[in-house]
Design a protein around this ligand. Structure first.
Ligand SMILES: CC(C)(COP(=O)(O)OP(=O)(O)OC[C@H]1O[C@@H](n2cnc3c(N)ncnc32)[C@H](O)[C@@H]1OP(=O)(O)O)[C@@H](O)C(=O)NCCC(=O)NCCS
Length: 146
């Protein structure tokens, strides 16, 4: 499915925090932050070089988001790996190609930033969504709750 050309993907700005961003992220998990608290997190993320992308509807409201982390590695002669995290599309905007557009954008940004691969973890049921945009099943994700 192709995304509507009126939906634009770009970098998150502080104004987006109070314009649908937290609600879009809420389709993934509880956020529990006010826009002001989210602004502190956003500043910390920017300092750490974390890229947060948003898809904006024609009225400017955030419809979805995806995050890219770039990891300079010691192996592969200092090569960079990209990690995609927190892909979420607001329920009102799902099934319109927006999630796919966000993942494609994050992947292309990783390429532009010199990454030789991009990794992500997801539940099994989402694998077909990522396979449609060029990802393949790779390894097993594990987690330790702290
Ligand atoms: C998963 C999610 C990001 C998909 O976003 P979306 O904008 O609805 O997806 P798209 O419309 O871009 O779908 C692209 C393609 O993947 C398919 N697809 C979407 N969700 C799918 C799913 N859960 N299982 C299988 N295929 C799926 C679509 O049918 C579409 O296929 P097509 O191109 O043949 O029509 C969205 O459903 C979401 O935000 N879910 C809740 C948050 C979440 O759990 N995120 C975790 C992702 S790891």
């Amino acid at each position: 499915m192709d995304v509507s050309p009126e939906v634009r993907v770009g970098e998150l700005t502080e104004a987006d925090l109070a314009n649908g961003f937290l609600e879009a992220l809420g389709s993934l998990s509880d956020v529990g932050l006010s826009a002001a608290e989210a602004a502190d997190v956003f500043r910390e993320r920017r300092k750490a070089g974390i890229h947060t992308f948003v898809a904006r509807a024609p009225d400017g409201r955030v419809a979805g988001t995806a995050t890219l982390l770039v990891e300079p590695k010691f192996i592969h002669r200092g090569g960079r790996a990209g990690h995609i995290e927190d892909v979420a599309v607001h329920q009102d905007f799902q099934k319109k190609g927006i999630g796919a557009a966000l993942v494609r954008h994050a992947t292309e940004e990783a390429r532009r930033l010199g990454c030789y691969k991009v990794l992500l973890n997801c539940f099994d049921r989402f694998a077909p969504f990522y396979e449609r945009v060029g990802y393949r099943r790779h390894d097993l994700g594990l987690r330790h709750d702290l």
